[in-house]
Design a binder for this molecule. Structure first.
Ligand code: ADP
Ligand code: MG
Length: 347
């Protein structure tokens, strides 16, 4: 009896204790640590970079600008003396050994060049320099000078053999049309290596954006697509969930007008003149930064019809805006794009 009572008391105590522990546990199971939002704006890669990061850790927005400037200085800027690309270009005519990273960059650029039939072409360095849209006081170059440089243009002139590259003398590589996208790829790798970062929205120069993870309120990302004829206005908004790369190429960033003609910085590698596909902008959405950036340039040169097979090959979606303000959106993204600018129409 006594023993029975003791057993009963012990059992009851145990139950109470377990209940208590469970209670304690319930109290201890505080809501998962909340991610805080950090914002920063900086100037890097010759442009404005805006950064939003949601994290349960410390503010790391300051890590992004040096990551991008490092990418430029170390590898992909042909203008920065000391970059690997400057060294490759200086060595034209001689086989040059590459770092693994540089070999991967050139390989990706060559793949899009080939798949786009040369609409995206990474050998436009001297032609772009001749047009000199960056200067702000560019003029139409003499036809003979354009013609003289065309023989040095052509992605098929680059021979990449594993980790060795060979350029013919006179040909130079320009990764300007894919560089910001590589920047977004590098940012994605940075974010993925840090589990405390739950979400991020980072934009380079208005033209390359990465969405990563989720916002703290669980709402999807909203990306504004620029109105190609109103620098302060928006064409519409893209709604995206998770990790995506969005890149826009347009005729409104670097251009000048002469005799009623708009000369812009996206060149047709066939002619050496600004691409005349009848577009004002193309926005590409895909799962790769370099891919989105290179495709937006390629699709701008190709125009909507010729771009469809290329986009499909890369599992990418696009928004095309033509000079008559008609907007064409590929099927896979139509439900996620809302046109808001009143003077444009969906076709
Ligand atoms: P942005 O740099 O404004 O985001 P793009 O990604 O379209 O725009 O890149 C345009 C830059 O790429 C030009 O300034 C020039 O250096 C280079 N470029 C121009 N036309 C082409 C082309 N057809 N293929 C590859 N690079 C190009
Ligand atoms: Mg591009």
């Amino acid at each position: 009896m006594r023993r029975g009572l003791r057993t009963w008391i012990s059992a009851t105590l145990l139950v109470c204790l377990l209940a208590g522990l469970a209670g304690c546990g319930a109290e201890a199971a505080e809501p998962a640590e909340e991610a805080a939002r950090y914002d920063a704006v900086d100037f890097v890669m010759g442009t404005v970079v805006s950064i939003t990061i949601y994290t349960t850790g410390e503010d790391v927005t300051g890590d992004i600008p040096p990551l991008l400037s490092g990418l430029e200085d170390q590898w992909i800027s042909w203008r920065k003396e000391g970059s690997e690309l400057a060294r490759i270009n200086a060595n034209a005519g001689t086989p040059t050994a590459l770092s693994d990273q540089m070999a991967a960059y050139i390989e990706k650029a060559l793949a899009v060049a080939k798949d786009s039939g040369g609409a995206f072409d990474p050998t436009l360095r001297d032609l772009s320099a001749l047009w000199d849209f960056e200067s702000g006081n560019a003029v139409v170059p003499p036809e003979a000078e354009i013609a003289a440089l065309l023989p040095y243009v052509g992605y098929e002139k680059i021979s990449l053999d594993g980790s060795t590259v060979l350029l013919p003398e006179g040909t130079g590589i320009d990764l300007g049309a894919i560089g910001k996208g590589f920047g977004c790829d590098a940012i994605q790798a940075y974010l993925e290596a840090r589990p405390e970062i739950t979400g991020a929205l980072i934009n380079i120069g208005g033209s390359s954006t990465i969405t990563y993870g989720t916002k703290d309120d669980g709402q999807p990302w909203k990306i504004a697509v620029q109105d190609p004829r109103d620098p302060t206005g928006y064409l519409g908004a893209l709604t995206l969930t998770g990790t995506w790369h969005v890149s826009t190429s347009g005729d409104y960033d670097r251009y000048f007008e002469k005799d009623g003609v708009r000369y812009h910085h996206i060149l047709d590698p066939q002619t050496g003149y600004p691409a005349g596909s009848g577009l004002m902008s193309v926005t590409v959405i895909s799962d790769g930064g370099g891919v989105s950036d290179a495709l937006s340039t390629a699709c701008f040169v190709l125009g909507p019809e010729a771009s469809m097979a290329l986009l499909e090959q890369y599992g990418a979606e696009a928004i095309f805006v033509d000079v008559n303000k008609n907007v064409t959106v590929t099927d896979g993204i139509r439900a996620q794009f809302e046109l808001t600018a009143a003077d444009y129409r969906m076709v």
